[in-house]
Design a protein around this ligand. Structure first.
Ligand code: ZN
Length: 418
């Protein structure tokens, strides 16, 4: 499959971009190549597709359900009882809706953590995105549940050959308050053996830190250090409550961190995410939306704006987290955090691409494209999405979108009333 995008704006220069075998093959003006498909890039800018580095895709089903509550009562009263009722079909449709929403707002890769791995994988396979999907683990400190998690993940890792390369597997221990130290150590060794990422919520709330000190005698990062489970494969979501020594520990072990500004603000988990300190320590900081029940959308353009503004306001420093830096977090850093050669419009990189519609007020005037993208636009500025060299959306239309919305809404109402 080959694809030529003609006369598109890339870093203030009009150029052509040629895609072959799922990768960006050539970038230059007026390319004289024959391609199977040609896209007119005039009045459009080309950017890498966004990497949503932390979400729970099927939680689109709980969008707007149980808002305005603190984290633990929200989980215990609203989310967990309804999640217990979820069928494979519910999760499949919830994920399809998430994929639709991500495509429409320019995300081409997401790092997911949710129940019923195969339902999620089937939806991602059909929708054409790239998904790094976690085999979720909860043992609630019970040895028999830990054994169940181990067998589940051993099974999953063997089944990955049945999926296309767009679907990748990670281990997903939920959090230190739902997963025992023994299981975290097993997961660490398992991820090492199979070279797969580990996806963990960590240091998200003050309560989590207090409980960690009470239960384990240590704050969350120190606890992981003592367990010996910090590693370059570990990707932690949130990481709000970390001190300077803990930042150094994360940097020493090359742990990746995902900032989720919308969810952190909505659940009032905290706002002083140490983006600048982590970056200065050399940590790869990516960006995520978290699930739709705590964010309440999957719009990475909005997440960039929130992260940048939030980072400025708590420091009272308008120079903190400039637009180009948060754009990098949402693209290249996200891809690198999960080991993908993507997130840049450069030859040899994966053809995971968005074309941005410049013919809208948010890009008029266009003194600075990245500034407009981060501070003026939202996800609806995305016109065309290409993932793995294949067009998933053109002229802001995804094939079958009405059916996905209709069917998923039906399933979500049915789930709550079941
Ligand atoms: Zn989360």
């Amino acid at each position: 499959m080959s694809l030529l995008i003609k006369d598109v704006l890339l870093n203030d220069v009009v150029t052509d971009v040629y895609i072959e075998n799922k990768r960006i093959k050539q970038i230059a003006p007026h390319l004289s190549v024959q391609a199977e498909q040609v896209i007119d890039g005039r009045r459009k800018a080309i950017i890498p597709g966004f990497v949503n580095a932390h979400t729970h895709a099927a939680m689109t089903l709980f969008r707007g359900f149980g808002d305005d509550m603190p984290l633990m009562p929200w989980l215990e009263e609203k989310i967990w009882p309804n999640e217990a009722k979820l069928t494979r079909e519910d999760i499949y449709w919830g994920t399809k809706l998430a994929c639709l929403e991500m495509i429409k707002s320019g995300t081409t890769t997401f790092f997911d953590m949710y129940h019923k791995f195969h339902a999620t994988a089937d939806a991602v396979e059909e929708m054409g995105l790239r998904g790094l999907l976690s085999g979720v683990c909860f043992d609630h400190f019970q040895p028999e549940l830990a054994e169940k998690c181990k067998r589940y993940n051993e099974q999953l890792v063997m089944e990955m050959d049945g999926y296309s390369k767009r679907i990748q597997y990670a281990v997903g221990p939920h959090a230190i308050y739902t997963v025992s130290g023994e299981l975290l150590q097993w997961i660490h060794a398992f991820s090492n053996e199979h070279s797969v990422p580990v996806h963990l919520h960590l240091a998200e709330t003050e309560g989590e830190v207090q409980n960690s000190i009470k239960q384990f005698g240590l704050s969350p990062v120190r606890y992981l250090y003592k367990l010996g489970v910090l590693s370059p494969r570990l990707v932690i979501a949130h990481g709000i409550y970390v001190d300077d020594d803990e930042i150094r520990m994360l940097a020493d072990y090359n742990v990746k961190v995902v900032h989720n500004p919308a969810s952190n603000m909505k659940l009032a988990s905290g706002f002083q995410f140490k983006f600048c300190e982590m970056r200065n320590a050399g940590i790869t900081v990516a960006l995520g939306t978290d699930g739709c029940s705590s964010s309440n959308n999957l719009d990475m353009v909005e997440a960039m704006k929130l992260a940048s503004l939030l980072g400025k306001v708590w420091r009272k420093n308008p120079e903190a987290i400039p637009a180009d830096e948060i754009f990098r977090a949402a693209t290249e850093a996200g891809a690198s955090a999960i080991g993908l050669k993507a997130g840049r419009i450069a030859e040899g990189y994966l053809a995971d691409i968005c074309l941005i519609d410049l013919n809208i007020p948010a890009f008029t005037p266009n003194h600075n494209f990245i500034s407009n993208l981060v501070y003026a636009a939202n996800g609806s500025c995305v016109d065309t999405v290409i993932c793995d060299g294949k067009v998933l959306m053109q002229n802001k239309k995804v094939p079958g979108e009405e059916e996905i919305m209709e069917r998923t809404a039906e399933i979500a109402y049915n789930l709550i009333n079941r």
